[in-house]
Structure formats: structure tokens, C-alpha cells
Ligand binder design. Structure first.
Ligand code: ADP
Ligand code: MG
Length: 535
């Protein structure tokens, strides 16, 4: 594409291979873009809330994912349209910044687009709509601060944190044992949190899963888990106060390589070679013992004879541990990875309070638990479940809960969920619209209507009459001046979200509104779409 000027100085655009491109401009472009954005939002709409549906997605290679998480659904969908990709990006940014609220943000953006379409049809210029939305989003974000509440928590009072995580988990498959999961998430975050600096390094929390058992068996391990077992079945299964040698060098006698030649023509020679090899290995084992190691973790394997010897010399060992895990073990236990056997010294050993092997099921499935590590607060959430899809979805749900707990530690303000915050904002925005004399007020009202779509979707997904329920709740909010009334999705019998303990983080909600507004403004400002036509 190039910009050129005719003889009167008027600009025009030259499209390369004119006939192969399609071009839509002006109102048509906006409408087409809005339609694409709405289409994506419509897919996620049914997944919102505690009674939201899950989606099953199949990847080209046949892998099946079942999920309720907006970001994951969009990630796995093969989205082709550029505007639809913006929505995918929107959900991803919410995931990146906040972790939760990925479905809500897309649903909100979708209904903002829907309202914008109506306004465009009435002849309002897209820029004015964008301006109105911007104003309205600021009003809404400010109003959220008004209705937000702070709560205190400490290591001894984690209940509010747990409740907020439970709200996040209530819309997921793990709903059944959300209390346990929420507690695990909160404990994990608190274990690695720096409460003074209000900082949480989520990298220290590893989420592992293994098929088998049931969801209730999910546990929090104060340490790390490696999918390996002791190299010999008769080695001790439990080592207290372990001193760990972490080796990346072969732990066996040097083998003659193919390019070397060893001539063995008598039995004696063979015996000597064997003895030498054995002695060499014996020395290695002795060296480990001398520096004080009580466990050897090795990146390489060792053969059965070496294994047998190790067992005899009472030196438990683990073989074939991957590089990533090895690094993790080294960091957690404060040990050094030793690349050459000669360099093994006592100060390079890692220390762990307890190393134990645990077996699962009836198979030979065993895992190594390295707990109470010297150096690190690293923890592992170990998920059990009936099948791989369940475990993957649980991992994602736990991720949401971890993020929510972290956000609360950073900023302990909450708003109430169940659409109550959105309804309160909608009322505030609607009221503010009257103060604007220009055409923005239509856009601002449109924004208020769009906010209502979240509680509406929640009601619809829970099998309630959306419009009736929304208007009842809204009038209750206005009448009682109570911004905590929301949709009673679970049919508990009260609309008061304080009584239902449905909490969401303030920053999460604010981010949803800001991000959705941003994307919608961006889409509205596009009035010329040039794309290669389909063949
Ligand atoms: P997201 O990916 O946006 O977090 P969810 O499927 O987790 O989407 O749904 C979150 C919405 O469900 C929020 O608006 C939240 O307030 C609402 N919600 C969660 N639990 C409840 C509940 N028990 N009662 C009513 N609303 C709830
Ligand atoms: Mg959620």
C-alpha cells in the first residue's frame, strides 16, 4: 500500500495487487469489526459465573481441553479475524495483569460494542462514542473505590483471603472442594509472600499434577516434588536432615569408549579390570560419604552394578533427574550443582529437612518429596485427579486463585461480586450522564447499559429471568442504597453478596473496566480495513 498525490495535490492510496485485496471503510468497517468482537464475546458469555458452562476444545493433534477459563478458551480457539484477535489479546492481558476475570472482561467488551453499534446507528460519531466511554469508565472506576472495602488479614486470620479465593473457584470444575483448594492457594501464597514489602513471587509456587487419586487428595507440599524414585527399591524411603550431592557428572567408572581399545586375553586381566572399575566406583562412593552426603541426586544414570554397590554402601541415590528439576533442587536446598566429581566439597551439598519417597496407587508410581529445604520458601501444589483434563483445568483454577490471593496481599481492597459492583457502577454512571450536555451523554448511558450485561449474563447462566432479576436487584440497590446487592446465582435466598461472601478484588474489577474500554475504543477508531481477499 502506498500513499500518492494526484496533480491537484489530493492524496490517494495505491493498493498493490488491487484485485486481490478487499477493503471496507467507514461505517461498514466499524460495523464489521463490531460484529467480529461481539461474536467472540458471545462464545464466552455462557461461561461466566458460578453456573457458567465449560467449553471443550480440541486441538489439531486431537488433544482435548475442557475449561471454564476465558483466557484459555480464547487461546485455544483458532481465531482468524484480526478484531477477534484483539479480544483474545484483551483476555490475555487481564490474565497477565490480574489472573482472574478473563471471561468477564470479554463479556463486558462485547456488550460495550453492542451498545456502540446502537449509538452508531443513531448517527453518533465513533469518536464521540469513544470519548463518552472514556469518561464513563473513569466514573465507574472511581465509583468502585467508593464501594470498595478493606479488610485486615494476617497469618492467623486468613479467612477473608480464603473467601475471596473461593469466589474465584466457585465457577470452576473444582467447585466441589473449593474450600480445600482455596485454603491450599492461600497457604501457598502466604508461604512465599513477603508481607512487609507486600510482594509475592509466584515463581516460587510450583503447580504439579499427577493423574490418579481424587481431587480431595490435592496437597500443599512445603518443598519440591520430583517425578523420580530412589534408584534401588531397598534404599531407605525416608531420609531426615538430608545432605544432598547434586551431580551432573557420570556417577560410575569411566567406560571404555568405542574409539579406545582394550585387549583382554586372560581371565586375570579381566579380573583386574573389573576390580579396578569396582575400586574406582568405591572411591567415588567413599568420596561422597567423606564430604558428608547422605543422598546423591544425579543427572546421569548408573548401571545395575553401581546401583547395587550404592545400596551396599548405604548411599541412597536418585538417577536420571532432568536439568530443570536439578536446578530447582539446587536453588531450593542451597546446594551447588557439581559438574566434576573432583570438585565435590561439603559446602556444595544441599540441605533438606526431609526427603521421602511416596508411592501412589497400585502401580510402581513413585514421587520424591524434598521438604523443609534450607534455602528457599518454595512450595508445590500437588494436584491429583481422575484424568489429565481435570488436572489441567485444576491447574488453571489454582492459578486464578493464587493470583487473586497475591493481588489481595498487594492491595487488600475488595468489592462484592455477583454483578453487584457492576450494577452499582451502572447506577452511578447513569446518574452522571445527566451532567454532560453534549452527545457524550448517550455514550455514557450506553456504557451504563453495557455494565448491566454482566449481572444479566450471570442471571441467564443460572437459569433466572435475566431482565426481571436485574431490575429487581437494581431497584433494591437504589431503594436501600445498598451497593452489595447482586445476583443470587446459587439460589441461597439472599441477594446481599456480603452475606454470601462473594468477594472480588478491587484492582481486578477496575482492570476489567479499563481494559475493556481501551479495546472498544480502539476498535471504534478503525474506519478502514484492508485485507487480502479470500481465495
Ligand atoms: P472470570 O473468568 O471473569 O473470573 P468466572 O466464570 O470466574 O469468570 O465468573 C466470575 C463472575 O461470577 C464474577 O462476576 C463473580 O462475581 C461471579 N460469582 C462468582 N461466585 C458467585 C456466587 N457464588 N454468586 C454470585 N456470583 C458469583
Ligand atoms: Mg473467575
Amino acid at each position: 500500500m502506498a500513499l500518492a498525490f494526484d496533480e491537484f495535490g489530493r492524496p490517494f492510496i495505491i493498493l498493490k495487487e488491487q484485485e486481490q485485496k478487499t477493503r471496507i471503510r467507514g461505517l461498514d468497517a466499524q460495523k464489521a469489526n463490531i460484529a467480529a468482537g461481539k461474536a467472540v464475546a458471545r462464545i464466552l458469555r455462557t461461561s461466566l459465573g458460578p453456573k457458567g458452562m465449560d467449553k471443550m476444545l480440541q486441538s489439531p493433534d486431537g488433544d482435548v481441553t475442557i475449561t471454564n477459563d476465558g483466557a484459555t478458551i480464547l487461546e485455544q480457539m483458532d481465531v482468524d479475524n484480526q478484531i477477534a484477535k484483539l479480544m483474545v489479546e484483551l483476555s490475555r492481558s487481564q490474565d497477565y495483569e490480574i489472573g482472574d476475570g478473563t471471561t468477564g472482561v470479554v463479556v463486558l467488551a462485547g456488550s460495550l460494542l453492542e451498545q456502540a453499534e446502537k449509538l452508531l446507528e443513531r448517527g453518533i460519531h465513533p469518536i464521540r462514542i469513544a470519548e463518552g466511554y472514556e469518561l464513563a469508565s473513569r466514573i465507574a472506576v472511581e465509583h468502585l473505590e467508593h464501594i470498595a472495602q478493606k479488610f485486615e488479614f494476617g497469618p492467623s486470620n486468613i479467612e477473608p483471603l480464603v473467601q475471596t479465593c473461593m469466589t474465584t473457584l466457585s465457577s470452576k470444575i473444582v467447585n466441589r472442594c473449593k474450600r480445600d483448594m482455596a485454603e491450599i492457594a492461600v497457604k501457598a501464597v502466604l508461604a512465599v509472600a513477603d508481607l512487609e514489602r507486600k510482594d509475592v513471587n509466584l515463581d516460587l509456587i510450583k503447580v504439579e499434577g499427577k493423574v490418579g487419586g481424587k481431587l480431595e487428595d490435592t496437597e500443599l507440599v512445603y518443598g519440591i516434588i520430583v517425578d523420580k524414585d530412589m534408584s534401588h527399591p531397598q534404599m531407605p524411603k525416608r531420609i531426615e536432615d538430608a545432605k544432598i550431592a547434586i551431580l551432573t557428572c557420570p556417577f560410575e567408572p569411566p567406560k571404555p569408549k568405542t574409539k579406545h581399545k582394550v585387549d583382554i586375553d586372560t581371565v586375570e586381566k579381566f579380573q583386574t579390570l573389573r576390580q579396578q572399575e569396582q575400586k574406582y566406583f568405591d572411591d567415588m562412593v567413599q568420596k561422597c560419604k567423606d564430604v558428608g552426603a547422605t543422598l546423591v541426586i544425579c543427572q546421569w544414570g548408573f548401571d545395575d552394578e553401581a546401583n547395587h554397590l550404592l545400596m551396599h554402601r548405604n548411599l541412597p541415590a536418585v538417577r536420571w533427574v532432568g536439568g530443570v528439576e536439578l536446578e530447582l533442587i539446587a536453588i531450593a536446598t542451597g546446594g551447588r550443582i557439581v559438574p566434576r566429581f573432583q570438585e565435590l566439597t561439603p559446602d556444595k551439598l544441599g540441605k533438606a529437612g526431609l526427603v521421602r519417597e511416596k508411592s501412589f496407587g497400585t502401580t510402581k508410581d513413585r514421587m520424591l518429596y524434598i521438604e523443609h529445604c534450607a534455602n528457599s520458601k518454595a512450595v508445590t501444589v500437588f494436584i491429583r485427579g481422575g484424568n489429565k483434563m481435570m488436572i489441567e483445568e485444576t491447574k488453571r483454577s489454582i492459578h486464578d486463585a493464587l493470583c487473586v490471593a497475591r493481588n489481595l496481599i498487594r492491595n487488600n481492597s475488595i468489592v462484592y461480586g455477583g454483578g453487584s459492583a457492576e450494577i452499582a457502577c451502572s447506577i452511578a454512571v447513569e446518574a452522571a450522564a445527566d451532567r454532560y450536555p453534549g452527545v457524550e451523554q448517550y455514550a455514557i448511558r450506553g456504557f451504563a447499559d453495557a455494565l448491566d450485561s454482566i449481572p444479566m449474563a450471570l442471571a441467564e447462566n443460572s437459569g433466572l429471568q435475566p431482565i426481571e432479576t436485574l431490575s429487581a436487584v437494581k431497584s433494591e440497590q437504589i431503594k436501600e442504597n445498598n451497593p452489595f446487592c447482586g445476583i443470587d446465582c446459587n439460589d441461597v435466598g439472599t441477594n446481599d453478596m456480603r452475606k454470601q461472601y462473594v468477594f472480588e478484588t478491587l484492582i481486578g474489577k477496575q482492570q476489567q473496566i479499563l481494559l475493556a474500554t481501551q479495546v472498544v475504543k480502539m476498535i471504534l477508531k478503525i474506519d478502514d480495513v484492508i485485507s487480502p481477499s479470500e481465495y
